[in-house]
Design a protein around this ligand. Structure first.
Ligand code: AFP
Length: 280
């Protein structure tokens, strides 16, 4: 595992440089989700692939930017990753991130043994969850990450972030969001899952939701590349992650590498609000 975390740290440093240096133009390709890929998406994907190629105990990797599974060896670990989440925000200079899930045997939520994400913002921060959730910050001159603190959610927060096209929201979702606003919650949504969830973790509470919509029943966020790693991190931080059926996100069984699912990540009190509306 140590080698895997070192490869993630090295990738984060190289990606932070690439964001500063590279152009934000589109490539000629689309990924499996139909997203038009930036040259930077492809560059970040390659940085991570190259760093994982030198890790000795990997069986293979799966990336949001690659169609299929890439076998790397006979090792025991599998990694799923999103190299540059929120890449449509790069041109407007908002924070973006990389997300990683580390599994044994199969890409199932219950097989996740560690997860991590990196936020590329005014500062570069790395969060790793194994048993606890630990945050590190990049010292740019030293090119090293330093431990900052453990992240732990309180029972209840004060902010909410909710995605998707609002005119496609269900009545349940509208009522859920109205309940939060009536209860004094403030909206914090950038369109980048990594900074939005990082904010909830650092403010020690709140809720992020990405619901199904009339035109997208399975919503947008990808189970392997975005949803499972954050569900693992939120649970380890003392929060919860559920689907619209109110089951644990980590119990969802994906049929394909690129499957998506509606999802809610929050501290305990806000997930009870989800249960109040989605349980009906
Ligand atoms: P991009 O990588 O295309 O910018 O999408 C970002 C993202 O996957 C996730 O980071 C956001 O939370 C979500 O999509 C935003 O989606 P909506 O704009 O539909 O709310």
């Amino acid at each position: 595992m140590k080698e895997i975390f070192e490869a993630i740290e090295k990738s984060a440093i190289e990606i932070a440089d690439a964001i500063d240096r590279d152009s934000f133009s589109y490539s000629e390709t689309h990924n499996a989700h139909g997203d038009h890929q930036l040259e930077l998406d492809l560059e970040c994907d390659k940085i991570i692939e190259d760093n994982f190629r030198s890790v000795s105990n990997l069986r293979g990797i799966s990336s949001e930017e690659k169609d299929g599974f890439l076998e790397l060896g006979e090792g025991e670990y599998l990694i799923s990753y999103d190299p540059l989440d929120g890449s449509s925000l790069v041109d407007v200079n908002l924070s973006v991130g990389s997300i990683f899930g580390i599994y044994k045997n199969e890409f199932l939520g219950k097989n996740l043994i560690a997860s991590a994400y990196v936020v590329y913002g005014p500062r570069v921060e790395l969060v790793i969850a194994v048993d606890e959730v630990k945050m590190y910050r990049l010292h740019k001159e030293e090119k090293k990450f330093h431990f900052v603190k453990n992240l732990k959610l309180q029972e209840k927060g004060r902010i909410t972030a909710t995605g998707a096209t609002q005119n496609g929201w269900s009545e349940k979702h509208r009522n859920f969001v109205r309940d939060l606003f009536d209860g004094g919650y403030r909206l914090r949504y950038s369109g980048g899952m990594v900074p939005d969830l990082h904010q909830i973790l650092l403010k020690e509470g709140g809720i992020f939701s990405y619901p199904s919509t009339t035109d997208r029943q399975k919503a947008k966020l990808r189970l392997l590349f975005e949803v499972f790693p954050f569900a693992h991190i939120f649970e380890k931080a003392g929060g919860r992650a559920v689907t619209e059926e109110l089951s644990r996100v980590l119990e969802v069984v994906p049929e394909n590498l690129h499957d998506t699912s509606p999802c809610f990540f929050g501290s305990k009190s806000e997930i009870e609000v989800v249960e109040k509306y989605y349980g009906r």
